[in-house]
Write a protein that binds this ligand. Structure first.
Ligand SMILES: [Zn+2]
Length: 113
């Protein structure tokens, strides 16, 4: 499905360290959005899959490298990464800090937990 440029920008910046895959934290290339086979290519993933009742809105969109998006497919986040995502938690904002290795940001993330 097509997303506006504004939406693509917004999703790319969603993780605390801008332009990281929401799942594996790999650095993405903004310019290679949707260009499969290019370096750092990425897609907009539905955190809660549409097939599982997720919404097609910004709230539910996260940046994902093609590998993660393909592997996750129609799995719920807690099925895809049970160690990381809390079962039944529909809010990706609870996890945007996860790719930041600094203790300070991990501490701040705890406040949002
Ligand atoms: Zn990834």
């Amino acid at each position: 499905m097509a997303h506006s440029e504004e939406d693509v920008n917004w999703v790319y910046d969603r993780t605390l360290q801008r332009g990281r895959c929401f799942y594996c934290c790999k650095q993405l290339s903004f310019a290679n959005y949707g260009i499969v086979g290019s370096k750092g290519t990425w897609e907009i993933d539905h955190f809660i899959p549409l097939a599982a009742g997720g919404e097609d809105t910004r709230y539910n969109w996260v940046p994902a490298c093609v590998n993660c998006n393909t592997e996750k497919a129609d799995l719920l986040p807690w099925e895809f990464m049970p160690q990381r995502f809390t079962r039944g938690d529909l809010n990706p904002n609870h996890y945007i800090f996860d790719c930041d290795p600094s203790p300070l940001m991990r501490w701040i993330a705890g406040l949002f937990g």
